[in-house]
Design a protein around this ligand. Structure first.
Ligand code: GMT
Length: 387
């Protein structure tokens, strides 16, 4: 199959997932074309079957205060689809990729070719950005016009149906993990550099947006650290970072909290950690938590969105309401105080992560693509689920 992939090329979960999926499909012999405004963060170097096409937003024209990314992307899609004979386009994150894909499909129909597109909903495209009245009608329309729609959790599927007037079926295909990359590694020298006196290592990975509640991470750590010697690794960057650095200084934690910024090899840090913190206000799935669990790191999280589908309360970690910092810290201490308990949670986290093995999930996408292609080949002039 020749597959076009559109995503945000940044460190955000949707871009990470889209890139890993594309690379996984390429390893299985599909030809995969990434069409993005920058090389996706996890794409790496040259690989057979993997193509990268950069979208030029034409931003240097003085009249444009806002670069017309959508128009450039639609034109690039038409170009790549026509010239490389793409069979199916997969767009990640509905805003604005679903409506751009719809535009590209319309242009291609006018040229006598029907190429279906699948939209994958990732989270904030529905829960935060999508519900904004500035976007909602366009998103509703584009989701309904997609030839296939997937959501990364059951919770996100329900949220989409609750927030938008959707008449298209939504297939849940969970996010996945590649165990070749994410696994526990006893890098003792590495651990010793972070925690020289055998302290427990807590970790949080995110894009430091307000929705991640990184200040809760710091408050939880403060309570834990007061009771057992520990270190906190904060991975990633974003708008809340400097405020959080200030907070950690104010709480006298500068020596125990390390802000490491964006990291390419996050698995190496997860592999030496003891506990992952994810107190988000909204989370459709929590890919970062799954990556931790694959490295046998239990998770203390909020109970919002799709997180309970990933982190099982009392087994792989603990769940609490948003902002329940004291309870989260208490739960963290329950796990960290005793090696035997920590070992039990580690094993359960790994077992649960195995349910999301890339080897199980990629075939689900392949089957879904085939179903969409078969369905739209029968009736090429308009999508079957048009309404
Ligand atoms: O919010 C982020 O961390 C980035 C965002 C994205 O779309 O890039 O992540 C969303 O998609 C991820 C991959 O499907 C999910 O694991 C995250 O839970 C989801 N984030 C939210 O819903 C806040």
């Amino acid at each position: 199959m020749k597959i076009g992939v559109v995503c945000y090329p940044t460190y955000g979960g949707s871009g990470v997932l889209a890139t890993e999926l594309g690379l996984g499909l390429a390893r299985k012999g599909h030809e995969v074309h990434f069409i993005t405004y920058r090389r996706p963060a996890r794409l790496g170097g040259f690989q057979a079957n993997v193509f990268y096409h950069e979208v030029d937003s034409g931003s240097d024209y003085p009249l444009f205060e806002f670069a017309p990314y959508e128009t450039s992307l639609a034109s690039k899609l038409v170009d790549v689809i026509e010239n490389y004979g793409i069979d199916l386009l997969h767009v990640h994150y509905a805003v604005p990729h679903a409506s751009v894909a719809y535009m590209a499909r319309k242009i291609l129909i006018s040229r006598g070719k029907y190429v279906p597109f699948v939209t994958t909903l990732h989270g904030t495209d529905i829960t935060l950005v999508g519900t904004n009245p500035a976007f909602a009608p366009t998103i509703t329309f584009a989701i309904n016009k997609s030839d296939g729609v997937t959501a990364v959790s059951e919770s996100l599927r329900k949220d989409t149906l609750a927030n938008f007037d959707i008449c298209n079926p939504i297939e849940v295909i969970y996010n996945f993990i590649d165990f070749k990359r994410f696994h526990r590694d006893n890098k003792d020298h590495f651990k010793a550099a972070i925690a020289p006196n055998g302290e427990r290592i807590l970790i949080h990975v995110s894009n430091f947006r307000p929705v991640k509640r990184v200040d809760d991470v710091i408050y939880i750590f403060k309570i834990v650290n007061d009771e057992i010697p520990s270190k906190l690794l904060l991975i990633g960057d974003g708008p809340e970072r400097s405020r959080c650095e200030e907070l950690s200084r104010k709480l006298g934690l500068s020596q125990d909290i390390r802000f490491l910024g964006k990291q390419d090899a996050v698995e190496e840090l997860l592999a030496v950690s003891d506990l992952f913190l994810l107190p988000s206000a909204s989370e459709s799935f929590g890919l970062a938590a799954l990556e931790a669990m694959a490295c046998q790191v239990p998770v203390i999280s909020s109970n919002v969105g799709g997180i309970p589908e990933v982190n099982i309360d009392g087994e792989t970690g603990y769940l609490s309401g948003i902002g329940m910092v004291d309870k989260m810290a208490e739960d963290a201490l329950k796990i960290l105080k005793d090696d035997k308990i920590l070992g039990r949670f580690r094993a359960a986290a790994l077992a649960q992560a195995a349910r999301f093995d890339i080897e199980e999930i990629i075939p689900k996408y392949e089957a879904y693509y085939q179903e969409v292609i078969d369905r739209t080949t029968i009736k090429p002039e308009e999508p079957v689920f048009d309404c």
